[in-house]
Structures are given as structure tokens and as C-alpha cells.
Design a protein around this ligand. Structure first.
Ligand code: KIV
Length: 303
């Protein structure tokens, strides 16, 4: 066999090891110069005012594409209950479902040598009972490949957050519209409106920062309140969805960003696929718009 034929064969063998007939996840990072996103790196971004771009993903390929497009954080959200499972709320999502999707996403990121920070949602009824229940179930998601867990709720979650953080599990809190309690809240509506509600939100956010939460999603909160909170939480990055452009970062549900939606889109959504020809370009446009502050536009996407 000639040397050229041998070289060709070796490289096609190497390709065969990684290639699959369905979809292609590269065997090497598409962003080779980016260091793995870590808690210290996210804190540095927050300190220097660089916006953090977060996006949901529920499977290996979309997670790898989101990473390649430059998002820093990938959230395996329990919104998968709606967009993947066809539910009307996130209440019915199980821990096993979250474990399965977290593992799929983690595998996709690993195969792509991706550098994103991976967050998994703790589903309804997986942490409310006790701190022991919370650590047992958070461990399932961490062992599936998550770097951080997210849990919804205000002051009552503080003890749980502290318990997890002290035991080495990074926590992202979630305040404002908390979809798992949609029935108690009376629907998907803006939270923290008016002085009393805003003050309560502030107290919960400060308590969660004190307990060690290093991120907090603020969902459907008036943009003025979200901006104020952002400046009061130097150790806890605020990630907004329907909370205006004054937060430390933004998050969207992948399907919404891509316009994969037959109904009326929520006010806080922008379809980034509209001016792009590929999913990767649409996500990259989202990342760019988050970074330069043009998304969200407070007049269009916030309250
Ligand atoms: O479940 C989810 O995707 C979320 C985001 C909307 C923040 O919690």
C-alpha cells in the first residue's frame, strides 16, 4: 500500500470512529480558543459587565450546536415538559425525565469537546420535601453530567440552597414567575409589580445570594426591578427572561428562539431564525444581541 493510500485510510478510519449516519457532532471543539465556562469565569464576566448568554437544550445535537454558536450556559429546562412532551405545564415532569435529557445533553457536549456550563432543572416535587430529598435528587442530575442545578422558589428554598452549596453543588435560583407554581400564582403573569411585591422579591433574592446561589433566573419581572436587583447582587448573576436588558444575562427556550412555535409567542420572545439561514447562525445572532444589549428591547420584550 502506498504511503498516500495508507494516510487516507488512517484518516477515514479516524472519521469513521466519530462520524454517525445521522447528524454530525464534531470530535473537536468548534470554539478551540474558549476556556471551559466555570463559576469563576461567570463571576469574572459579571464583574466586567459582559452579558451571559444562556439557552435551553434538551438533546445532544442542539446542545452541541448551541455551544458552537457561543452560548456560555446551557439549561436543560423542565420547559421540556411543554416543548418536548406536549404538556400544558411543567408540573408533570419527572426526575427521571430530567436525568435522561441531562445525560443526552452532557453526552453531546462531551463528544463535541464543548465548553459550556451545564445547568439542569430540579423538577416539581423533587426538592420541596426536605434538604435530604433535595441533595439526593440534585445528585442524580449532577451524576448525569450537570454542573449546577436550578430550583424554583423564594425564601423557603434558602435552607435547601445553603445545604446543597455547602456540599459542593452549585445552585441557580429562580424567582418571579415560577412555572412549577403556576396554579398557585393564578397563571403565567408578571410578578414583583408594586412596592410590596418588589420588596418581597428583593428580600428573597438577597437571602438566596447569602445562602450561596451564584445565579438567579428572574422570569417576568418588571425591568426596573430586575435592573435594581442586578446591582444589589454582586455574587449572584441575574439571568432574565421577560425581565428587560439590565440583568447580567439572558435565557430563552430554544424552540422560541427558533420560532418553532405554532401559537402566540410570549412578549419576551424574539424569533432569531427570521433573518438567518441556519440554527447555528440564529443562536449566534441571539448571543450577539444579548452581548451588545440589543436583546431584549425593554420597549418590546419587557414590562
Ligand atoms: O424550564 C426552563 O426552560 C426555564 C427557563 C424558561 C428559564 O426555567
Amino acid at each position: 500500500m502506498s504511503e498516500t493510500t495508507q494516510t487516507k485510510q488512517t484518516s477515514s478510519d479516524a472519521l469513521a470512529q466519530h462520524a454517525t449516519p445521522y447528524g454530525t457532532i464534531p470530535p473537536a471543539s468548534p470554539l478551540p480558543s474558549r476556556k471551559p465556562v466555570s463559576l469563576p469565569r461567570l463571576q469574572e464576566m459579571q464583574n466586567r459587565g459582559e452579558k451571559i448568554a444562556m439557552l435551553t437544550a434538551y438533546d445532544a445535537t442542539f446542545a452541541a450546536v448551541a455551544d458552537a454558536a457561543g452560548v456560555e450556559c446551557i439549561l436543560v429546562g423542565d420547559s421540556l415538559g411543554m416543548v418536548c412532551q406536549g404538556r400544558v405545564s411543567t408540573v408533570g415532569v419527572s426526575l427521571e425525565t430530567m436525568r435522561y435529557h441531562t445525560e443526552c445533553v452532557a453526552r453531546g457536549l462531551h463528544r463535541a469537546q464543548a465548553t459550556s456550563w451545564l445547568i439542569a432543572d430540579m423538577p416539581f416535587a423533587s426538592y420541596q420535601e426536605s434538604r435530604e430529598q433535595a441533595i439526593r435528587n440534585a445528585s442524580v442530575l449532577m451524576q448525569a453530567g450537570a454542573h449546577m442545578v436550578k430550583l424554583e422558589g423564594g425564601g423557603w428554598t434558602t435552607d435547601t440552597v445553603r445545604f446543597l452549596v455547602e456540599r459542593g453543588i452549585p445552585v441557580c435560583a429562580h424567582l418571579g414567575l415560577t412555572p412549577q407554581t403556576v396554579h398557585a400564582l393564578g397563571g403565567y403573569r408578571v410578578q414583583g409589580k408594586g412596592d410590596v411585591a418588589a420588596q418581597q422579591l428583593r428580600q428573597h433574592a438577597l437571602a438566596l445570594q447569602d445562602a450561596g446561589a451564584t445565579m438567579v433566573v428572574l422570569e417576568m419581572v418588571p425591568h426596573v426591578i430586575a435592573s435594581q436587583l442586578t446591582s444589589e447582587l454582586p455574587r449572584c448573576a441575574t439571568i432574565g427572561i421577560g425581565a428587560g436588558n439590565g440583568t447580567a444575562g439572558q435565557v430563552l427556550v430554544m424552540h422560541d428562539l427558533l420560532g418553532v412555535n405554532l401559537g402566540k409567542m410570549a412578549r419576551f420572545v424574539r424569533n432569531f431564525m427570521q433573518d438567518q439561514n441556519s440554527v447555528r447562525d440564529a443562536i449566534a445572532a441571539y448571543v450577539a444581541a444579548v452581548k451588545d444589549g440589543s436583546f431584549p428591547n425593554n420597549a418590546l420584550h419587557a414590562w
